[in-house]
Structures are given as C-alpha cells and as structure tokens.
Design a protein. Structure first.
Length: 118
C-alpha cells in the first residue's frame, strides 16, 4: 500500500522533531501528483504511529496543486492531472515545479515548549 510508506516517512520526520514529546497534530503538504487518498493515509498513519509518541495524533493534509513550466513555449500551467500538458500550446514537454512534494509543515506537541535553554 502506497499510503503506508508515506505514513511511515511522515512519522519518522515527526518523531525526529518531537524528541520524546507527545505529538497531538501533524500538518503535512502533499503534492497532487502523489495521488494520496486522505482517508487511506490517515488509516495507515494510525497503524504505524501505534506505540509511538505520535499515537492518536491528528493528521492535517493540505494538497498542493501540480504546476509546471513548458519547455516549448515557457508558459506556466496548473496541471490538474495526467497527461501533464501545457495549457498554452498543448506540449507534453513540461517541467514540473510543484505537485510532487511531501512535507511535514508543522507539528503540534503536547504542552508549550519547556523553559529549558537550547
Ligand atoms: Zn507550451
């Protein structure tokens, strides 16, 4: 399952940042071309997060629309889906500039950051 590997990647990033604090919510940005099914990702995340500091954390997904720059005419297009074609000239020779990202944008952790100095 595609979502399981994504969920695991998100979990690893979140745990690295959390440093043993409990995670309450994770905001992620997912490019449209990743074709992630939000429900499937939430389900997969609940599975991989079990027993970790992120167990029960809420996943907040933001989908990033795909976009590209045409190598033929140079115009920038939103790319709603496959095939990835230039809106201006119809060329399929388009360089992707957005749509494949998978980023952990923000983490919400239990309690405010403690007063310890960094
Ligand atoms: Zn073009």
């Amino acid at each position: 399952m595609h979502e399981l590997s994504i969920a695991d990647a998100v979990l690893q990033i979140a745990l690295t940042h959390a440093q043993d604090r409990r995670i309450e919510a994770i905001e992620i940005k997912v490019g449209h071309l990743r074709q992630v099914v939000p429900d499937a990702l939430e389900f997969a995340f609940a599975l991989v997060a079990e027993g970790t500091e992120a167990a029960g954390a809420e996943l907040i997904l933001e989908e990033v629309p795909a976009a590209g720059v045409c190598r033929m005419c140079g115009s920038e297009s939103e790319l709603p889906g496959f095939p990835l074609a230039c809106e201006a000239c119809g060329s399929l020779d388009v360089e992707l500039i957005r749509g494949e990202e998978l980023l952990v944008d923000a983490l919400t952790m239990e309690g405010a950051p403690s007063g310890r100095s960094r």
